[in-house]
Design a protein around this ligand. Sequence first.
Ligand SMILES: [Zn+2]
Length: 364
Amino acid sequence: MAQKVRISSSSLAERVIATFVASLADPHAPLHCARCIQACIVTLTQNTYGLENLAVLCASHQDVLKTCMNFLTAPRSSEEITRLKSSMSACHCDTSDPCVREMHTADVKSDEPSFATLVNMLIVTVHNAVQPALEAGNVHEVAQNAGIAAQEGRSVPWPATPKDLLPYGPESMIALGAMIDVSPHPIHLGLLGSIMDICLETTIPPFLASPVLSGHVVGIGRIPQIAWIAMTSFPERPSAYTPLDCLADIGRLTLVCQVLLALGNKSQLVQFSNQAEEQNGQGDGVDICSDMLKLLEEVAPAIKPSTPKVRADVARCTAVFANLGARLHLFLAHPFDHKEYHPHILRGSLQRAQQEGNPHAHGL
Ligand SMILES: [Zn+2]
């Protein structure tokens, strides 16, 4: 028997789900304002039963997650996004429906409901929903998963196929980039990396074709760096951000870099690094790898207790940034500047150059 979504609201969960799905059924013309839709998602996934509900939504109410993904990845012009920002911020809703009316007074977990906050909440929702599939690593085994689910009398949980994450095909990546651009946040890189890790090669060309994504990898990557500097410069100020949060945000950046490293060829990696600098102006791919290696050396000893998982996460992040940074440093023939670049990057670049007999490495 399908599990039920439980909510702490006077409306039935099914009505909140129906309101949410109907509201975003046409991703280009939402029926309700940002506040109403935000209240639906908070009611379903963030109030008392949030975490339990997310698993139930993945198993039995996939229309909610499909609706989120369709909305986040529908191809849109920048004019359409500007129009949605303005039209969804004002309320012109028909509140004759009791559930719609209730959503206008329900808790929305933010001071200012807006298009940007709604986009952020939708991204957080799908990011959290996709993590079990990412960890299981079996979304590609579509037929096998369907067979097992049929034997057990249940449906395959969302995302059941890579297409669930890229509903409009690889171009969905470009549209998702435009949504990330609305209000960039580390968790957005987490979703981007999760999609790239599950959908593999097909995601690299649209990632590079996006006018913003390379830049956001570097730009959003700076967020934990800035938060860490603020936290350590003013230790007397209370901070909700912890060293473990910092490692989690670095891990989200690592996931994107790990996929680029595994699947990108030389010219694609060079394109990523150059575009990152052009789009964002906060350094190229080598700079962010070098800065993340330096940051990890400060953050890792501050995490107490240092569990085997923490140590494994630090080691994985370090390996990815050292490897990607070294490759990019060599490909781009950057100088062997010990003040500028982390020693792991310079050592790796030199080793690779010597293996390849590259004249770039001679005379050092
Ligand atoms: Zn409204």
